[in-house]
Design a protein around this ligand. Structure first.
Ligand code: CO
Ligand code: CO
Length: 309
């Protein structure tokens, strides 16, 4: 075992031989959008993401389904179809699954991928002076909450769904080629929660430039209206103790940085001298390359948030 419960990361890594290791991860959740096929596709992209975040290549997947006995199975067929299409886009073969009776629908996947044992990009490799990149905009948590309450403007909902359906494969390939030192994907703990985990595991502190962090246009208006998921509030309560905000970062922007994401982007850490190469690789693959901060040799896991001038 190269990575397991003693060093929690995006996925577990199990070495088969000197050339090959398994990457294994599982994720499932309740519906986050109205369209069952979109839900399936997002759940699949989200499950594969933890393999991409390690620098691995997902290969096979198992469907995990919780389904109410009185809910139309045609809807389940659409969920599985959306997931299958995403799997095919990722080059992943769905080889089985299991369904249980459940009062609330749930869907996700257990995913197995491959990686070279020496090519693992875990959360422990960040060092002072390294730069931080984020490959997708924030805001999917607030927008999903607005969708559930019927308060999401159509264009915002569409942007969030499109963003969650983007595979992190190209971002992962770019970081491998460019020589990234550490990475994770931004999901339920929000940008600051996942960054705290990575900085703590790496023994460094981070500086985030709030005005450089990408967000889905219009999401701050939703947050200002109080459309904030419970998970985001819990992230603020729990991770807030490791974050210091400059006084000119307003409440809404603070909340956004804690927003619980689904199928969020990769958070990539790289040496400054390799950063230009990473930007080139990301851009060539059509992935947004947002430089959002840097690491500092200071208290492990602490984060300072300010605006870059
Ligand atoms: Co992850
Ligand atoms: Co995960």
């Amino acid at each position: 075992m190269l990575l397991g419960l003693d060093a929690p990361d995006d996925a577990g890594i199990y070495r088969i031989n000197d050339e090959l290791a398994l990457v294994q991860t599982v994720d499932f959740f309740t519906p986050i959008v109205d369209d069952p096929s979109d839900w399936g596709a997002i759940a699949a992209a989200n499950a594969f993401s933890d393999v991409y975040a390690m620098g691995g290549r997902p290969a096979t997947a198992l469907n995990l389904v919780g389904w109410p006995a009185d809910l139309d199975v045609e809807l389940l067929a659409s969920v599985l179809e959306g997931a299958a299409q995403m799997a095919s886009q990722a080059g992943v073969t769905v080889i089985g699954g299991h369904t249980v009776d459940d009062p609330e629908p749930k869907f996700g996947m257990a995913v197995t991928g491959f990686i070279h044992p020496d090519g693992v990009i875990d959360i422990r490799g960040a060092r002072g002076e390294m730069l931080i990149y984020l490959t997708k905009p924030l805001g999917t948590g607030a927008i999903a909450t607005a969708i559930k309450r019927g308060e999401a403007p159509e264009d915002l909902a569409a942007q969030a769904i499109e963003s969650m359906k983007v595979l992190n494969r190209e971002a992962s390939l770019a970081m491998i080629v460019a020589g990234a030192s550490a990475a994770t994907d931004v999901t339920g703990f929000g940008l600051l929660g996942h960054l705290h985990g990575l900085a703590k595991a790496s023994g460094v502190s981070a500086e985030i430039w709030s005005n450089e962090v990408p967000r889905i246009d219009g999401v701050t208006e939703l947050i200002a209206k109080g459309l904030v998921p419970g998970g985001t509030r819990r992230n603020e309560d729990h991770f807030g103790q490791w974050v210091r905000f400059a006084s000119d970062i307003d409440e809404v922007k603070r909340t956004l940085l804690f927003d619980a994401q689904t199928s969020g982007g990769l958070l990539i850490c790289i040496l400054p001298e390799l950063a230009e190469g990473l930007e080139k690789e990301l851009t060539e693959r059509g992935v947004p390359s947002n430089r959002i901060g840097r690491f500092v040799d200071a208290d492990a896991g602490m984060i300072e948030v300010k605006n870059k001038r």
